[in-house]
Design a protein. Structure first.
Length: 95
């Protein structure tokens, strides 16, 4: 893929902000779909957020992550599971 075909969103501090910020970039650049690059355990939640925002999103899970070392893996897996469950129920969260 040529570098000119890649549009990066670099202002957000979390996934939801990134997806919200990418919408105007898509409109400005005539882009109709996005590729989300994230860790495999975060991908399902990222795709769910994109769907709720009306984005045509595709997944590209990473092979590695910085969170697998030491005891941090359990923390991040638990955090993702709780966040995914919360996002599945509209009364808990709806963008």
């Amino acid at each position: 893929m040529p570098a000119a075909a890649i549009v990066l969103e670099e202002r957000a501090s979390n996934t939801l902000e990134s997806l919200q910020n990418v919408q105007p970039l898509m409109a400005q650049n005539g882009i109709d779909s996005v590729l989300i690059v994230s860790t495999p355990f975060h991908m399902q939640r990222a795709l769910l957020m994109a769907e709720r925002l009306g984005l045509d999103a595709y997944a590209s899970p990473t092979r590695t992550t910085r969170w697998v070392a030491g005891g941090s893996r359990n923390y991040f897996y638990t955090r993702e599971m709780i966040a995914l469950i919360a996002r599945r129920f509209p009364w808990v969260y709806a963008p």
